[in-house]
Design a protein around this ligand. Structure first.
Ligand code: FE2
Length: 502
C-alpha cells in the first residue's frame, strides 16, 4: 500500500508540474503535453509500475452500489422512494412513478426464459425498475428521423467476407472539428436484426466534445462500452458514473444517458446485443468464486437535476437514429428501485484462472460477461479479456494457438502489446478473424524459448467480442483508410518445419 501511495504521489507531482508549466508558458510543446496528458500518464504508469496496472489515479466522487443483478434501492432525497408499493396514488415529493421493463412482464421469475436451454438456472430473469421522477418520459415532442447508424445487417450493403481484417487505430476527430460521443459513433460489424431482438453490433466511438443538453437511449439493445482512451463522465437516469480505460460500462436497452468528456478526447469500442441482457458466465467446476466477481460491479446511486431547459433526446431504433425535443432534463429521477440498471466494472479486478500443468486453455476462461443465445452453451456475444497474468505451462506452445473457429472473433486492444501479435495490432485498432493465430515472429520465438514461469501481458489489456453469429462488415469499416491492406502478410513467414523423421 505504501508503495502505491508513493508511486501515485510521484506520478501526480510530475504531471502536475508539467501541466502547470504548460499553462504558464503556453508553448507549442506544452500545449501538446496538455492535449496528450492521458498518454503521458499511461507512460508514467509503465515506468513507475511495470507490473501493476491497478495503480492509475482516478478521480471519481460519485457514489455506487455494489453487486451484479441485485435488486437495488436508491433515493437522492430522503423518503422519495415509496414504501410497500410501487405506484401510490400520490408519490412522495409529487413525483411520477414510471416502470422501465427490461424483460417481458411474463418472463419466468426463477428459470431462464430461453426455451431451448436445458439448464434450470435459478437466476432471476425478470429485469425491471421503478423510477420516481419529476416528469414522466412520455413528456416529449414527436420523434423525427435524424440519420441511419447502421444498415440492416441482412441487406446487400453489408459485406460477409472470409478474409482476416485488421484496422490501425481508429482516428480521433481533429481539434477544430468538435464531435460528441453520439456523433462519433460508427458501426464496424454486425449480425442479426434488432427488430426481432436477436443479434449484435460492434461500434467504435471517437469524440472530443461533451454531449451538451443531449441524451440518447437505445431501443435496439444493451451497450457494453469499452473505453480505450479518455475518461467518460456518464450521466444516466439512475445516477452518474465515471469510467476510464481498463473499465467498462453497460447501459441496458432504454436507459437514457449523456456522455461528458473530462479530458480532451475519448475513443473506445462498443458491443451492442439485441437479445438477452449481459450476465455473468456460469463457473461450473471453477466453483463459486472467480473471473468477474459480482461485488465488483458498481451501479450509480440516484442523482437528479430539476431544470426546465430544451434537451434533444436521441433514440437508436432499428439501426436508425431519431430525435425529439423536450423542455426539461431527462435526468430527473429522484429515486428508483429495481435490478434493471446501468453498471461499471474494473477489468483489473478480474480473477483469471488458467492451466497450471500444460497446454494453452481456450479463451472462454477469460469471459467477463455473456449474452446467451437460445442454444445451450452458445452466446450471441461473449466479452472476453486477456489480462496481465502468469504463464507457467510446461512443454507447451504458450501463445494463443492457431485456430479456426465456428464462432466469430472481433478483437480490440485497450493498451499494451498483445502476446500473439508483436506488431501491427495497436491500441485503438481492431481485428476481425477467420483462421488466425500468432504471427511468424511470435511462433518462432515461442517455439524455441526456454519455458520458465513468466509474466504475460503486463501493462496490456486486449479483449474479444466473440459471437456465434457470422459478423458482416459495414461499408464504412471496409472503406476507412485505417483498414490494413496487408494484414495477411504477418503469416507469410510461417514456413514448413516438416521432416520425415520425428
Ligand atoms: Fe481464436
Amino acid at each position: 500500500m505504501a508503495n502505491n501511495v508513493w508511486t501515485s504521489f510521484i506520478r501526480w507531482s510530475i504531471v502536475t508540474t508539467l501541466t502547470h508549466y504548460a499553462v504558464i508558458h503556453n508553448t507549442g510543446v506544452s500545449r501538446r503535453l496538455l492535449r496528450y496528458r492521458t498518454r503521458y500518464l499511461s507512460l508514467l504508469n509503465c515506468l513507475l509500475s511495470p507490473r501493476n496496472m491497478a495503480m492509475t489515479v482516478k478521480v471519481d466522487s460519485y457514489k455506487y452500489l455494489s453487486g451484479f443483478g441485485n435488486h437495488f434501492s436508491s433515493e437522492a432525497l430522503e423518503g422519495a422512494l415509496p414504501q410497500g408499493q410501487n405506484a401510490p396514488q400520490k408519490c412522495p415529493y409529487g413525483l411520477y412513478a414510471e416502470q422501465l421493463s427490461g424483460t417481458a412482464f411474463t418472463v419466468d421469475r426463477r428459470h431462464n426464459q430461453r426455451r431451448l436451454r436445458q439448464d434450470a438456472s435459478q437466476r432471476v430473469a425478470v429485469h425491471q425498475a421503478w423510477l420516481y421522477r419529476i416528469r414522466p418520459s412520455v413528456a416529449h415532442l414527436p420523434y423525427a428521423f435524424y440519420k441511419k447508424i447502421h444498415p440492416n445487417f441482412a441487406s446487400s450493403e453489408m459485406q460477409y467476407i472470409p478474409n482476416q481484417l485488421r484496422w490501425s487505430p481508429f482516428q480521433l476527430p481533429a481539434d477544430d472539428s468538435p464531435v460528441d460521443f453520439l456523433h462519433g459513433l460508427v458501426t464496424i460489424a454486425g449480425a442479426g436484426d434488432p427488430t426481432v431482438k436477436n443479434g449484435l453490433a460492434v461500434h467504435i466511438y471517437a469524440c472530443n466534445k461533451s454531449m451538451e443538453k443531449r441524451a440518447m437511449y437505445n431501443s435496439d439493445g444493451d451497450f457494453l462500452i469499452v473505453p480505450q482512451t479518455g475518461r467518460l463522465d456518464i450521466t444516466t437516469e439512475f445516477g452518474k458514473m465515471m469510467v476510464e480505460p481498463l473499465e467498462i460500462v453497460v447501459i441496458p436497452r432504454g436507459i437514457k444517458f449523456s456522455v461528458h468528456l473530462p479530458q480532451t478526447h475519448a475513443r473506445g469500442y462498443i458491443l451492442e446485443v439485441f437479445g438477452d441482457h449481459f450476465e455473468l458466465p456460469d463457473l461450473g467446476p471453477i466453483g463459486a468464486n472467480g473471473l468477474a466477481n459480482p461485488r465488483d460491479f458498481l451501479t450509480p446511486e440516484a442523482a437528479f437535476e430539476d431544470k426546465d431547459e430544451t434537451w434533444k433526446i436521441f433514440n437508436k431504433y432499428a439501426g436508425q437514429l431519431f430525435i425529439a425535443n423536450q423542455g426539461h432534463s431527462p435526468f430527473d429521477v429522484v429515486a428508483w428501485h429495481g435490478n434493471y440498471v446501468p453498471y461499471t466494472y474494473d477489468l483489473r479486478k478480474f480473477n483469471a484462472v488458467n492451466s497450471v500443468t500444460f497446454d494453452h486453455m481456450d479463451p472462454s476462461i477469460f469471459t467477463v460477461l455473456t449474452s446467451k443465445s437460445a442454444f445451450p452453451g452458445t452466446a450471441i456475444a461473449d466479452f472476453v479479456i486477456f489480462p496481465p497474468r502468469w504463464s507457467v505451462q510446461e512443454h507447451t506452445f504458450r501463445p494463443p494457438y492457431f485456430h479456426r473457429n465456428c464462432m466469430t472473433e472481433f478483437m480490440g486492444l485497450i493498451t499494451g502489446q498483445y502476446e500473439a501479435k508483436a506488431k501491427g495490432f495497436l491500441p485503438g485498432g481492431a481485428s476481425h478473424m477467420t483462421p488466425h493465430g500468432p504471427d511468424a515472429d511470435t511462433f518462432e520465438k515461442a517455439s524455441n524459448e526456454k519455458l520458465v514461469p513468466a509474466r504475460v501481458a503486463d501493462n496490456t489489456m486486449a479483449f474479444m467480442f466473440e459471437s456465434s453469429l457470422m459478423l458482416g462488415t459495414t461499408p464504412w469499416a471496409l472503406s476507412t483508410e485505417v483498414l490494413q491492406s496487408d494484414y495477411e502478410q504477418i503469416w507469410s513467414g510461417l514456413k514448413s518445419h516438416f521432416r520425415t523423421n520425428k
